[in-house]
Write a protein that binds this ligand. Structure first.
Ligand code: NAD
Ligand code: UFG
Length: 337
């Protein structure tokens, strides 16, 4: 299939391009490069031997999208392009609604104009808000605690309304838990700009000497060691989840919703200790107050994805931290080296 990958030079998009190529699909990448570098395409080529077609531009730019759909005969769209920094979204909500919500509506409008009716959307476990219990199933109530989360929820709701009016479309909403890890080659990985918001990139930068120590946000949660518990999933497993969704759902009309997680929860301190073992060095940390908006525990019930897509995450925690460390130690400054 010829698959338009929006945000394809980003962290999850680039790993998905690799898996698409490996399975015989043809990715066409669009990205405005606001949070990634074109060099990622070189790395994809180094790993797969194929360089995806690339057009630089913004999903909010209708003329640009018309050009993309006119140039390539697209079968399906995987839509990663978006902004994802929770803290920034609180400071600049309009930026997030414009980019994530208006951008997606514009993309769907241009898909409709081009008669492309198959869409896979990057949603997030953040749409479950503070869940009443874990593991989380797809039919749990949804809510948002910040503008980023609300932008994901709004898009989910807009797409469901759109599907109601356009029942021949296939729309798949993939709710990611906590993507971590890197490609096993060490050539691709997560490259946050500025201070990392997320745990593992921060730990990796401490390990490589770019930061002095980790702040652990709270050790008084009702969890086994008091630190927050999350469902960390290897980015290549996550990418494979998109491939499974493409194979099974892309031509099945409907709105399909799946959790992409492992079903396993790990605490902040478990992650730190696993990373220390992989990197063979200690990670200095200090306990800090809880971070506003954080929840104690969040992990998936991935049974529906397994039953319906035949997909399940296979890479364990050791592989996640080992691959993160390989990427970080080979590229201490990310793609900027
Ligand atoms: P990323 O920032 O690495 O990738 C997103 C890409 O989209 C970047 O390359 C960026 O340049 C591009 N982009 C942003 N706005 C654009 C626009 N208007 N037009 C064109 N390109 C644009 O992020 P990622 O971690 O790969 O996340 C991909 C998607 O998955 C995002 O939608 C994100 O919200 C969602 N998601 C990520 C996580 C996570 O923890 N990484 C968790 C849940 C959901
Ligand atoms: N944490 C620290 N110190 C840090 C960073 C994080 O102790 O420097 C802790 C957090 O308090 C939390 C855990 O590590 O307990 C994980 O935090 P992350 O920021 O890595 O991830 P979150 O679960 O908060 O959020 C992530 C994404 C969201 C997404 C959500 C669900 O950032 O965008 O996963 O997919 F919505």
């Amino acid at each position: 299939m010829k698959v338009l990958v929006t945000g394809g030079t980003g962290y999850i998009g680039s790993h998905t391009c690799i898996q698409l190529i490996k399975q015989g699909h043809t990715p066409v990448v669009i990205d405005n490069l606001c949070n990634s570098k074109e060099m990622v395409l070189d790395r994809i080529e180094q790993v797969t031997g194929a360089r995806p077609a690339f057009m630089q531009g913004d999903i909010r730019d209708s003329a640009f999208l018309k050009k993309v759909f006119a140039e390539y005969s697209i079968d399906s769209v995987i839509h990663f392009a978006g902004l994802k920094a929770v803290g920034e979204s609180v400071e600049k909500p309009l930026k997030y609604y414009d980019n994530n919500v208006s951008g997606t509506l514009n993309l769907v409008r241009e898909m409709q104009a081009a008669n492309v009716k198959s869409l896979i959307f990057s949603s997030s476990a953040t749409v479950y808000g503070d869940p009443a219990s874990v593991p989380i199933k797809e039919d749990f109530p949804t809510s948002a605690t910040n503008p980023y989360g609300r932008s994901k929820l709004m898009v989910e709701e807009c797409l469901q309304d759109f599907h109601h009016a356009n029942p021949d479309w296939s729309i798949t909403l993939l709710r990611y838990f906590n993507p971590v890890g890197a490609h096993e080659s060490g050539l691709l990985g997560e490259d946050p700009q500025g201070t990392p918001n997320n745990l593992l990139p921060f730990v990796a930068q401490v390990a490589v000497g770019r930061r002095e120590k980790l702040g652990v946000f709270g050790n008084d949660y009702p969890t086994p060691d008091g630190t927050g518990v999350r469902d960390y999933i290897h980015v290549v497993d996550l990418a494979d989840g998109h491939l499974a969704a493409l194979d099974k759902m892309a031509h099945q009309p409907g709105t399909h919703i799946f959790n992409l997680g492992t079903g396993q929860g790990n605490s902040v301190l478990e992650m730190v200790h696993a990373f220390e073992a992989a990197a063979k060095r200690s990670i200095p940390y200090e306990i800090k107050p809880r971070r506003a908006g954080d929840i104690a525990e969040c992990y998936a019930d991935p049974a529906y994805a397994k039953a319906t897509l035949g997909w399940t995450a296979t890479r364990d925690l050791q592989t996640m931290v080992k691959d993160t460390w390989r990427w970080q130690s080979k590229n201490p400054n990310g793609y900027w080296d």
